[in-house]
Design a protein around this ligand. Sequence first.
Ligand SMILES: [Zn+2]
Length: 70
Amino acid sequence: MNYFQGRVRADGDEVCPKCGERRVRAWKDMKDDEREFVGRVFRPDEGERQRCMWCVLCWEEVRDDAPRFV
Ligand SMILES: [Zn+2]
């Protein structure tokens, strides 16, 4: 999976690298049903919930940390 490719920031809004929509949500900003879905599919641990965001449209995972591992 290409976490770091195609990441675009525009006016502070995270744009989904897959579908291009600004529907990327941090864990804390998700609704309960969205969290349930992400939790089931990605099984994020506590750290990943802090660092990662997910597109609620196509469920692409978007990492919000610096691309140290590229
Ligand atoms: Zn998307």
